[in-house]
Design a binder for this molecule. Structure first.
Ligand code: NAP
Ligand code: GDD
Length: 361
């Protein structure tokens, strides 16, 4: 290891973002340490390609068993690693699931952030270690009246979380800001809007859709069941968003940034785009739980689905107790201050996700 090599510690390294961030940091020459949870079955699929390389190429990558609920474990890892940068991506990140396990989510997503910050402080690393906190557009809660005059959520928009996940993450946001102000730490929030990829967890709506489209096209599934088709999300690509995380920690001054595309799309329109990738045109009928989508045309000879087949139904089981109806972010600050330029648009991302899922079947 050269004396100038930067050292990063990534919690949530086995997740979607953790895996892309690890690749980016390795490309940039970092020594990357990741925190992974012990599980009864393998949970490192997204980073196996890096990990397996380790014995041949990647001496710059090391995993540590750990959990954000365990202060002593977090302190020990940070003491051992002495990181220049910590990316706190670890979280129970599923909004719907957070209604079922609200206390656990508060502990991991809220107090877990405090444990990281406090460990840095206790270990006397406040001048050395920069901390990135994975904050979220869920903080805004989608309230129309809280958008700015141009109709976007930005760094100054008020928060109104609408789930136990959002409520836990708002603690993470404020405690990060407080440690920055109280202890002069380089601690920043990235307020990231939804970002997806072929590595997205299978129960988030985009991946659930692209996997179902692939399975239906290959005759392995009959119908896709979704919840609220009327919510709107500002979707970007995870690969672009981890680049923004890194840039946030390279600035001269610690600040918080919105990372978004500035474009919002209905869930229903994502479904239309994904089916179009396999040559299927849909007709929608009915409303609310009676809404269905039927195959109106099928142009791809490889994926023949009979005209009139119902390929989408609504299952109210997926409705949330409180919904975030609309998210749309203003990326002006991140584009101007960070020089952040996303490479993907939504169409390119949908194409990549469907193509990747077609290979699964
Ligand atoms: P993800 O795929 O669900 O990954 C979450 C990671 O956190 C996984 O590695 C998971 O480990 C780990 N984790 C869960 N509980 C933990 C615990 N108790 N201790 C330590 N690690 C734990 O999420 P993601 O999409 O990559 O998102 C990364 C971060 O950004 C999360 O904090 C999320 O809340 C936030 N965020 C995501 C988005 C988005 O659209 N993707 C937008 C805004 C903010 P296992 O693999 O063992 O489960
Ligand atoms: N998951 C899921 N499953 N969502 C569905 C379904 C379904 O079957 N049907 C409709 N939806 C709707 C949800 O009600 C929500 O309005 C929207 O699709 C997006 O849901 P998710 O993909 O689960 O993402 P999310 O917006 O709730 O949360 C994600 O983005 C946040 C940033 O805004 C997660 O990645 C969070 O961790 C992240 O903070």
């Amino acid at each position: 290891m050269s004396t100038t090599q930067k050292v990063a510690l990534v919690t949530g390294i086995t997740g979607q973002d953790g895996s892309y961030l690890a690749e980016l940091l390795l490309e940039k020459g970092y020594m990357v340490h990741g925190v992974k949870r012990r599980a009864s079955s393998f949970n490192t699929q997204r980073i196996d390609h890096i990990y397996q390389d380790q014995h041949e190429v990647h001496v710059n990558f090391k995993l540590h068993y750990g959990d954000l609920t365990d202060s002593t474990n977090i302190i020990r890892i940070i003491q051992e690693v002495q990181p220049d940068e910590i990316y706190n991506l670890g979280a129970m990140s599923h909004v719907m699931v957070s209604f079922d396990s609200p206390e656990y989510v508060a502990n991991v997503d809220g107090l877990g952030t405090l444990r990281i910050l406090e460990a840095v402080r206790l270990l006397g690393l406040t001048k050395k270690t920069r901390v990135y906190q994975a904050s979220t557009s869920e903080l805004y809660g989608g309230l129309a009246e809280n958008k700015n005059a141009a109709g976007f959520y930005d760094e100054n928009s008020p928060f109104y979380p609408r789930s136990p996940y959002g409520a836990a993450k708002i603690y993470g946001f404020w405690i990060t800001k407080n440690y920055r102000e109280a202890y002069n730490m380089f601690a920043c929030n990235g307020i990231l809007f939804n970002h997806e990829s072929p590595r997205r967890g299978e129960t988030f709506v985009t991946r659930k859709i692209t996997m179902a489209v692939a399975a239906i096209a290959k005759g392995k599934q009959d119908c896709l069941y979704l919840g609220n088709l009327n919510s709107q999300r500002d979707w970007g690509h995870a690969k672009d968003y981890v680049e923004a995380m890194w840039r946030i920690l390279q600035q001269d001054v610690p600040e918080d940034y919105v990372i978004a595309t500035g474009v919002t799309t209905y869930i229903r329109d994502f479904v239309i785009m994904a089916f179009a990738e396999v040559g299927v045109t849909l007709t929608f009928e009915g409303e609310q739980e009676n809404e269905t989508a039927t195959v109106a045309a099928c142009s791809n000879p490889l994926y023949q689905i009979a005209i009139g087949t119902v390929v989408l139904r609504v299952d109210p089981e997926y409705y949330r107790p409180t919904e975030v109806d609309l998210l749309i972010g203003d990326p002006t600050k991140s584009k101007t201050q960070l020089g952040w330029k996303p490479q993907y648009d939504l169409a390119a991302m949908v194409k990549e996700m469907v193509a990747s899922d077609l290979k699964l079947y």
